[in-house]
Ligand binder design. Structure first.
Ligand SMILES: Cc1ncc(COP(=O)(O)O)c(C=O)c1O
Length: 390
């Protein structure tokens, strides 16, 4: 038996040093700044000669504790937590890319990430191009001499495409490119991109990591020197995670492993129960043999995660009708909650895209995304079945 603790044990036990109050649960460091005993200690901290906390935009014990917990789960050397998932994504781009660099991204990515890449990065002279999640053979040909970073989400949001991390890890190493993976949908208890060669992993902690729909947060973990650059960028530009949110997220991390097991088993049950339903044209869940990249999913994921997608036969109108008929599932712009959530991307989150753009990223008119919660599985199924009735 190895002496090395399991990552989930580490994520439960990592805690800031106990204060003289001898608290068991982690304390909340709700403070903007930190004190020094004398001028020399203060000078040394500002000169980076010591690791003392100075100001909560730079560091805060609870925020660091949360980042260390995620780093332990991901098997990363270091981590830095941010105010939201988008600030983790943006910070990882801005700290490491400069004018003239090229970012190679999967085209199936979260809408705001797409906006950052397409609308804002070019303002800084950063080039980009996209590769389709369904065309893995195109990655290598798309690499340019100035490609500095490859960016992917897997499973993708909302289409649940699976991208081969081992293939990309090898490619990134061969061409000396930073591989940056948004692991939000899988979570680190289900998939560890660093084991397959990723250099950086970003998360929206707002989703499964919080798991209860309470706070926004983000985190980026990976190679020490890359995280240091991201820290320097964020320390100056200000997307600091609130110490209160960090405290909430730090406690959430302690139950992530056990929660995700139930989310995934509920999702698998739902996917199996709905796959043959007459109102459903097609259904996607990474751990169903019918998923086009099932063989990759089972190699890199421990379970299929908590999201199930299906295409309704009646298109856009059927999608809107389905949402209106749901009695228990929530209609809300989030995922990764104890409460099951239904969304219809074509009429909501992705309504601004053209039909053609939606098609490109597998968002069909009748696509429904279910974030499967922790309610009893038969109750979730029952609500969906009654909403599928004409
Ligand atoms: C895959 C993915 N990445 C990033 C984000 C952005 O996270 P946040 O809303 O915490 O900024 C989201 C939000 O839905 C997401 O689904």
């Amino acid at each position: 038996m190895s002496n090395e603790q399991h990552p989930s044990t580490k994520a439960i036990r990592i805690q800031t040093e106990r204060t003289p109050e001898m608290e068991h649960s982690t304390p909340l460091f709700l403070t903007s700044s930190f004190c020094f005993n004398n001028a020399e200690d203060m000078r040394a901290a500002f000169a980076d000669e010591t690791n003392e906390n100075i100001y909560s935009r730079f560091s805060n014990p609870g925020v660091d504790e949360f980042a260390q917990k995620v780093a332990a789960l991901e098997g990363a050397e270091a981590g830095f937590a941010t105010a939201s998932g988008m600030s983790a994504v943006f910070g990882s781009f801005m700290a490491l890319l400069k004018k003239g660099d090229h970012l190679l991204s999967c085209s199936s990515i979260f809408g705001s990430t797409h906006t950052v890449i397409k609308k804002y990065l070019p303002n800084f002279g950063i080039e980009y191009s996209y590769v389709s999640a369904n065309k893995p053979e195109e990655w290598e040909a798309a690499i340019r001499p100035n490609t500095k970073m490859i960016y992917v989400e897997t499973p993708t949001n909302p289409g649940l495409d699976i991208i081969d991390l081992a293939m990309l890890g090898k490619l990134a190493k061969k061409h000396q490119i930073i591989l940056n993976v948004d692991n939000c949908f899988a979570t680190p208890v289900c998939q560890r991109p660093i084991d397959f060669g990723a250099d950086l992993v970003v998360h929206s902690a707002t989703k499964w990591i919080d798991g209860q729909g309470r706070v926004l947060g983000g985190v980026v973990v990976g190679k020490k020197e890359l995280i240091h650059d991201i820290y320097l960028f964020c320390r100056s530009t200000g997307p600091a995670l609130s110490p209160f949110n960090a405290w909430v997220l730090s406690k959430s991390i302690e139950t992530l492993d056990v929660r995700m097991e139930r989310h995934a088993s509920n999702a698998l049950f739902l996917a199996q129960s709905l796959e043959q339903h007459p109102a459903i044209a097609s259904l996607r869940y990474p751990f169903l043999p019918s998923h086009p990249q099932h063989h990759i999913a089972v190699q890199q994921m421990k379970n299929g995660g908590g999201i199930v997608c299906f295409e309704l036969k009646g298109g856009l109108e059927a999608g809107r009708h389905f949402l209106d008929k749901l009695k228990m599932l929530s209609l809300t712009a989030n995922l990764g909650d104890t409460r099951s959530i239904a969304s219809h991307p074509a009429s909501t989150t992705h309504a601004k895209l053209t039909e053609e753009e939606r098609k490109e990223v597998n968002i069909t008119p009748g696509l429904i995304r279910i974030s499967v919660g922790l309610e009893y599985k038969d109750d979730i199924l029952h609500d969906i079945l009654q909403a599928l009735e004409k």
